[in-house]
Design a protein around this ligand. Sequence first.
Ligand SMILES: Nc1ncnc2c1ncn2[C@@H]1O[C@H](COP(=O)(O)OP(=O)(O)OP(=O)(O)O)[C@@H](O)[C@H]1O
Ligand SMILES: [Mg+2]
Length: 359
Amino acid sequence: MTENRPVLVSMRGLTKRFGETLAVDDVSLDIRQNEFFALLGPSGCGKTTLLRSLAGFEYPDGGTITMTGDQGDIDLLALAPERRPVNLMFQSYALFPHMSVERNIAYGLQREGLPKDEIRQRVAEVLETVGLSGKSKARPASLSGGQRQRVALARAIVKRPRLLLLDEPLSALDRKVRAEMQLELKRLQHEVGITFVVVTHDQEEAMSMADRIAVMSAGRVEQVDSPVDLYQRPATVFVADFIGSSNSFVGVRAAGGVDVPGLGLLPGHPVGETSSPQAVLVVRPEDLRLVDDASGLITGTVIETQFYGGRSTIAVEVAGHPGPLTLSCQGTADVMRGTTVHLAWAADRGVVLAPQGGR
Ligand SMILES: Nc1ncnc2c1ncn2[C@@H]1O[C@H](COP(=O)(O)OP(=O)(O)OP(=O)(O)O)[C@@H](O)[C@H]1O
Ligand SMILES: [Mg+2]
C-alpha cells in the first residue's frame, strides 16, 4: 500500500494548450515517493504532454509542479529540463547503433563528467540489475527487442533520477516479451527505489504494474486509485467502461439502486456524491449470476456462449435493453443458445454513477 508514503511530486491546476487543443486541462495530482504510478487513457488524452511537462520539454500555460526536496520544496517549473532530477524515457527510445551496450549506458554519465572509475562501476551495476552483464560489448542491432528495452531502461536509471518517466515503454515489444517485461519493470522499480511514472493506453498493463493509476480522458483526470479500487469502485462511467468490461443500465436514481424503464428497480449503491436524478448502474460480468426464476432480477435469452480456456462468457439478450448483457463464469458455460435464463447480482456489486459528463 502506498497511502502513507510522503508525496514526491505535486501538480496543481496544470494546463497546457496547443492552439485550440486543451491537451492538459486543470490537472491536480500527487505522486508519492517510490511509487509505481501509471497514467492511463485513450490516444490523445494528454498523457505524453503531462509527462513532458514534468520533464520540462513542455512549459504549461498554467498551474504548478513542486517536488519535495531534502531542503524544502523545489519549484520544478523554475528549473531547465537538464537541471530537474527527472529522466524521461521517450515513447520511441533510440539507442546509438554504433556504440556497444555499455557505451550507450555510460554516455549520459560521461556527459556529466563523472570520473571513469565511477562510470565503470555504475554501468556494471546497472547491467547486473537489468540482467545484461553478458552483453556489455554487444551492439544494439544484435539484441532482441526485450534486450534493447532493457538497455534503454539501464540508460535511464544509471543517472539515478528521483523520478523516472516512461512513455509507453513496452509498446514496441510483442505480447509475450511484453508480459515478461511488465514483471521485470515492476521488480526493477522495487529494486532501484526510484519513483516511476509510466504512460500506457493498455489497461491490463497499468493494472498489472502500478500501485496507483490516474485514468485520463480529454486532458482531464477522471479518477486516481489503486487498480482494485478503480475496478470495483469506478467513479465515472468513463472509468467503468475503460477499465475492464461492464454491463450498464440507464435509469433514474431510487432508494437501493436505479429504476430502469422496462426492467424495474435494479439494486446497486452509489460511489461518491452525485446529485443528478439520472443515473447509470454498472455491473461487472463476473458479478452477474444465473439464478432460478424466483430470485431473478432480469429475464433474458442466451444468444451466444464463448469459451476462453479457464472461463466462459454468456451473452444474454434482454427485451427492452440495448445490446446483450455479458456474464462471465469459471470453466464452461452449461447453457444452450436460445435458453431462457434469470439473472441476479448482489446489491453491493452494482455501482450507481452519474451519467457521462454529469455530476
Ligand atoms: N506539439 C503539439 N502541437 C499541437 N498539438 C499537440 C502537440 N502535442 C500534442 N498535441 C495534441 O494534444 C493532445 C494530447 O496529446 P498527447 O500526445 O499528450 O496525447 P497522448 O495521451 O500521449 O496520446 P497517445 O496515446 O496517442 O500517445 C492531442 O490532441 C494532440 O494532438
Ligand atoms: Mg503519447
